[in-house]
Design a protein around this ligand. Structure first.
Ligand SMILES: NC(=O)C1=CN([C@@H]2O[C@H](COP(=O)(O)OP(=O)(O)OC[C@H]3O[C@@H](n4cnc5c(N)ncnc54)[C@H](OP(=O)(O)O)[C@@H]3O)[C@@H](O)[C@H]2O)[C@H](O)CC1
Ligand SMILES: [K+]
Length: 504
């Protein structure tokens, strides 16, 4: 189900497949698959279509040359900007050579147009075959200028395998200070790749399609990395029985709300309530209001008094960094039930290695929901370093703290202590606003309280959180200006729809 492969795994599949096929067969298949998709992108009769093909020095360039030949034979006006073998120290592959001959045998025009002159022509499509999984350093010099000029063109940009400049494993732009083709569409070969869905991947890959090149499935290794999918957690979507009561749906205790931060704990508690928890307590570090006038169902208490066993604890929303905050966190970590750590709980934890050891030894499940900077503090690295390898950072943190980690951001990455990784595909920039992390924490805590296993609770919470934002945008609300408060009822609707569709 939606496996994601590393560059190393793709290389080994490619190598095994190539042993059984005539030389160049995979590249020809790659070129054919891309050409077929490209023809669908051309706006009208092919003969009037102007296609700019960027062919780099490696086999990604070979793919592009195959595409150039196909499109030229189909009648399109093809211009090839080739950066040939001499660029790569002369070691071009035989299959790329063969592709070059085929392209030269077509009506494709081999020319070198100055990047700044590209905009003078009305291109209908750009084929990006500069670099694929072999990119080893930032794109520089003339190729950098070409990438920037192509990104400014008003037409579709079709990346072969990976948008040139993007790291296929991490979704980071290969830097420092790198550039990448901002593709509107990507056809990725042999296996889907993590970097197309996280970090800069979603912004630079556009619509992704997979072309497996008819490779024998037996050549694919089992992988521990997948795209999130309802199928991973659907069996826990259960229709409610009549003969139940609030105790059937668990208790959530949200711990936070230091002075001036009452909003965070309120959002988390409301999210837990509106997504089905039986009882929700909000344990405030500050003196809490008498009651929440918008949601009087919430039970507000002082964190100093909290001794709630049997509840799922969501520690962190607005927790602050007071002595009382640390005390409440320590009590939460030493509790015996499922625990969700978010926001300030993670920041306090990053300063306390003894408490980290206690977390790692917990017998009950722990879920952590850091954003990149919170993850960086826990890992003792910079947030840039986290973003340069989000899957790796999430896996490191999960292993170190024996916890399920939800590394938030574009293409949220979830990791288990055993290294299993899932990249989420729902969500959009509507979530980039204050409080949505508090809402996710409350939602995940609510599912834990309702008896979901921790991994499936995290997968489902992240999926629903993003899906709710996607629905709000399709309904014309956002992505600009959506508030965390508006997200909560949208999540409730999405959850109920999912239970109706998949629940038993
Ligand atoms: N092999 C097959 O049958 C198939 C391959 N597929 C396609 O091939 C690419 C991977 O091809 P590869 O040649 O390994 O790598 P790239 O084409 O991505 O380019 C690497 C070459 O570019 C040089 N390089 C790397 N970074 C830079 C840079 N920043 N500036 C300039 N040049 C750079 C590199 O040389 P170095 O030794 O200098 O690193 C290589 O020459 C894959 O993505 C597919 O598109 C298909 O899957 C079909 C089957
Ligand atoms: K490419």
């Amino acid at each position: 189900m939606n496996p994601l492969y590393s560059v190393a795994e793709i290389r080994s599949i490619e190598h095994a497949a190539a042993q059984r096929l005539p030389a160049g067969a995979l590249m020809q298949r790659a070129g054919q698959a891309a050409a077929n998709a490209a023809l669908d992108m051309l706006p009208f009769s092919t003969s009037r279509a102007k296609v700019l093909v960027l062919a780099g020095p490696g086999n990604n360039g070979g793919d592009a040359l195959e595409v150039a030949a196909h499109l030229a034979f189909a009648g399109a006006q093809v211009s090839v900007q080739q950066f040939g073998c001499e660029e790569a120290g002369g070691h071009c592959s035989p299959e790329r050579e063969a592709a070059l001959q085929r392209a030269r045998g077509s009506k494709a025009k081999f020319e070198r147009i100055a990047p700044q002159s590209l905009a003078e022509q009305d291109w209908n499509l750009v084929i990006d075959g500069l670099f694929g999984i072999g990119l080893t350093r930032p794109i520089e010099g003339e190729k950098r200028a070409l990438v920037e000029a192509v990104n400014a063109l008003p037409c579709n940009r079709f990346a072969l395998d990976v948008p040139s400049g993007l790291d296929a494993d991490t979704g980071a732009i290969v830097g420092p200070d790198g550039v990448a083709i901002q593709a509107t569409h990507t056809i990725t070969y042999i296996g889907d790749k993590t970097g197309l869905y996280t970090c800069a991947g979603r912004d630079y890959a556009g619509d992704v399609q997979l072309a497996r090149l008819d490779i024998d499935p037996a050549l694919y290794p089992s992988t521990h990395c997948h795209l999130n999918d309802v199928k991973f957690f659907a069996r826990h979507l259960k229709k409610r029985r009549h003969n139940t009561h609030k105790g059937s749906y668990g208790n959530v205790a949200v711990v936070g709300g230091a002075p001036g931060m009452g909003g965070a704990i309120t959002l988390a508690a409301r999210a837990a309530l509106l997504t089905g928890a039986g009882r929700v307590y909000a344990y405030h570090i500050d003196v809490p209001p008498a009651y929440d006038s918008t949601q009087p169902e919430l039970m507000l208490r002082r964190a100093q008094d909290f001794a709630i066993e049997g509840a799922v604890i969501v520690a962190g929303p607005g927790l602050g960094a007071l002595d009382d905050s640390r005390a409440a966190l320590a009590k939460s970590v030493h509790s015996s039930g499922p625990l969700l750590l978010d926001a300030d709980a993670l920041n306090l934890l990053s300063q306390d290695s003894a408490l980290q050891a206690t977390v790692a030894e917990r017998s009950a499940p722990t879920v952590m929901t850091p954003h990149p900077l919170e993850a960086a503090r826990l890992l003792g690295i910079t947030s840039d370093a986290v973003q340069r390898n989000r899957p790796g950072a999430a896996r490191d943190l999960a292993a170190r703290l024996n916890a399920i980690v939800v590394l938030k951001g574009s293409g949220t990455v979830l990791a288990k202590p055993d290294g299993h990784t899932v990249v989420n595909t729902t969500g959009n920039p509507a979530l980039a606003t204050a409080g949505t992390g508090d809402v996710l924490a409350g939602l995940c805590g609510s599912l834990l309280a309702q008896g979901w296993p921790a991994w499936e609770a995290a997968l489902s919470a992240v999926w629903l959180h993003g899906m709710a934002a996607d629905v709000l945008v399709t309904e014309g609300l956002g992505p600009i200006g959506v508030t965390a408060s508006e997200l909560i009822p949208a999540i409730r609707t999405a959850l109920n729809r999912m239970v109706q569709m998949h629940g038993r």
